[in-house]
Design a binder for this molecule. Sequence first.
Ligand code: TXA
Ligand code: MG
Length: 341
Amino acid sequence: MSVGAKILPATEASIQLVVDVLQSGELVVLPTETVYGLAAIISDDAALGKIFEVKGRPLIDPLIVHVLDLSSLLDLVQIGDDLFNKIYRLVDAFCPGPLTFVLKKRKNVSDIITAGKKTVAIRMPAHAVFREVLRHSGPLAAPSANPFGYLSPTCAAHVSNSIGDKIPYILDGGICAIGLESTILDLSSKRFAILRPGAITAEMIEGVLNEKIIAYRPLVSADPSAPGMLKQHYSPRTRLRLFEQSPEKEIPFFQENHTPKIAILYLSREEAKSQKITDEGNFSVFWLSESGDLNDVAHNIFDWLQRLDNMSFDIIYCQIPQKMDIGIAIGDRLIRAAAKF
Ligand code: TXA
Ligand code: MG
């Protein structure tokens, strides 16, 4: 664990400092409503390169550009009138917020950001602190501020515990309200498609556009159209297994002379209380929310997995929610997190 980065309170002076640091070609970590982001100025290729170094991220995995408003988005993309109308409606309904658009890029967007692709991913974050930085810095590229492949950070401590020795500053904006990365919506092909599920669901988008889009197809997209959507991602170091209703069936027999330390992470307190396996012996029981509200589960999931990852369990069993609303996005992150085990 390292404590190299300075955690700055979200004051005007900190914002000024962070803008200066960004403009001098360094990276800073900023809060968004989804997860913390590792930011660089989009016109500075050397700074953009540092993002990949700090994260240990392959250069083929493109970055999301964060802008303040629709007019800054339009500076970076090439779109016709029909598409403009649709984007306008989506922005009106959901932005600023957790929705990223993939659109045909203009020449002025660096190939480092897009990994050489002809499209660029852009979103308007809602977090007031990030927006204040954007007002002074201009557009910022920012992936989630975690080492490549590890769980995403939803508070400043998560960042300082992982990449803290590689960056000068983390601007503290509290705990991320949503807790899962933005929905990625590809608008660059004829049929619009969800490339990564998030808090804004396919149904919500269809409701605004009045047309069908291609809903997210889990794990087909360990492929080039969404290069970051790897089958295995967001993983803790501790072995992670998933269950739907009850964990017993999933728990294998262990050798007599080894009693593994097992964490069970249920969706709600009620669920935890109604299950056979309780908090005793080698089992420790936790829950992701009081009520089972999926928005609370989303808000807490990365934090709980990181806490348990630091508690020397041999294995974590986590309950996976039903595939509806934000449950689709939670399930997606969990399936990827468990894929390597
Ligand atoms: O909520 C979020 O989106 C957070 C916060 C910090 O804004 N950012 C984030 O960035 O999750 P990152 O880099 O961890 O994930 C970005 C994803 C990757 O899977 C990447 O492959 C995909 O966006 N992406 C970026 N540009 C793309 C493009 N042109 N076409 C398809 N996918 C793209
Ligand atoms: Mg990420």
